[in-house]
Design a protein around this ligand. Structure first.
Ligand code: SF4
Length: 349
């Protein structure tokens, strides 16, 4: 019996990647998709990869595996060869990295070729013909990367030339219009899919500025020492660099508060109120950022005062509140006055 051909699909979870996988699977090829995650995109999947796999299988009939690329991705951001897009998004290097990684995985799993959902001319930079060529070249995926949605407009790949894939059943999509994708999705019975252009926080004008500042060295932690958890903190709530040298994050809402609680590490201090609505605060990396107990104590005092300052007002005014301080293995509690004046605004990142 002839062995079934296997293809590895790069899967963003967007409609194009879903369709690319389905177009190839419709030819009787086994398609295994890989979903890359980093603190900048789709990180929450890592807490429940099994649920994600089941959902994708159920919604789209696609077998998917989840791969955490955080560590290497943080390194990539330090000096991407092709620079950044409009924000702090290193799209070309990002794609090269992902394709390169997928190519290695392809060899490990015995797949014959790779698939991606790119559509020629859909995005200004990363999906121009010359850029697609650069990405193929630098990721070592020339001739083995099939882009089923635009394949008829591109050079035939090895999989087409070897007859593993019927080129006549591939597509010739190009440009920004989504109408053909939506019609194709209907043909496949796909009704639920994410809206385009979401997801990557590096393309977010506000968050990416914050991350760019960190990578430019304007932060208390050097880029080489930043880890995934730091990035997740940076993308949550309000940020302060305190006069004693500390880094404080203040939740803006309940969701942020829960994130900060989950991100607490052993040398972080968590400050919150039990009986009054308001922010949870995380004073980060106290071991690394303080060279004296006095500076730490002063910043901790300010952090407690800021929690109360941003708490829900009572009769239009900030009132003293009881705050809990979770430090090391201990939890202490005290009545705290709000920070006074407006100087704290200068500490905001
Ligand atoms: S938008 Fe983000 S995830 Fe997408 S290619 Fe660019 S950097 Fe990578």
């Amino acid at each position: 019996m002839k062995k079934q051909t296997t293809a590895l699909a790069l899967f963003s979870g967007g409609l194009d990647s879903i369709l690319a996988a389905r177009v190839v699977a419709a030819q009787g090829i086994r398609v295994v998709a890989v979903k890359f995650v980093s603190p900048f995109f789709d990180y929450p999947i890592l807490s429940e990869p099994g649920t994600y796999r089941q959902r994708i299988e159920k919604l789209y009939g696609i077998e998917v595996m989840v791969e955490d690329i955080s560590e290497q991705y943080l390194m990539l951001l330090r000096q991407p060869v092709y620079g950044f897009g409009k924000n702090f998004n290193p799209c070309i290097d990002c794609k090269i990295f992902m394709f390169d990684r997928a190519r290695q995985m392809m060899d490990e799993m015995g797949a014959s070729f790779m698939i991606s959902g790119e559509v020629l001319g859909q995005r200004p930079m990363s999906q121009r013909r010359d850029t697609l060529n650069i990405i193929e070249r630098d990721s070592g995926s020339r001739n083995i990367l099939l882009r089923p949605l635009s394949a008829k407009l591109l050079r035939p790949t090895d999989a087409e030339e070897q007859g593993l894939v019927d080129r006549s059943r591939l597509l010739d999509f190009s440009g920004r219009s989504r109408s053909r994708q939506i019609a194709l999705a209907e043909d496949f019975g796909i009704t639920e899919f994410p809206a385009p252009a979401g997801g990557c926080r590096l393309a977010d004008p506000i968050l990416s500025k914050r991350i760019a500042g960190v990578y430019a060295g304007d932060f208390v932690i050097a880029p080489k020492n930043i880890d995934s958890s730091d990035i997740l903190c940076l993308m949550t709530g309000r940020q302060f660099l305190l006069p004693g040298g500390g880094w404080l994050v203040l939740g803006r809402n309940e969701k942020d508060n829960q994130v900060l609680e989950r991100l607490k590490k052993t040398d972080d201090i968590l400050i919150y109120m039990h009986e009054h609505p308001g922010p949870t605060a995380l004073l980060r990396r106290t071991d690394a950022l303080y060279d004296s107990a006095a500076k730490l104590a002063a910043d901790k005092e300010l952090a407690m005062g800021l929690v109360v300052r941003y708490a829900k007002k009572v009769d239009g005014r900030c009132r003293p509140q009881v705050v809990l301080v979770h430090e090391g293995g201990d939890i202490s509690c005290r009545r705290q006055e709000p920070v006074e004046g407006l100087e704290y605004r200068d500490w905001m990142l």
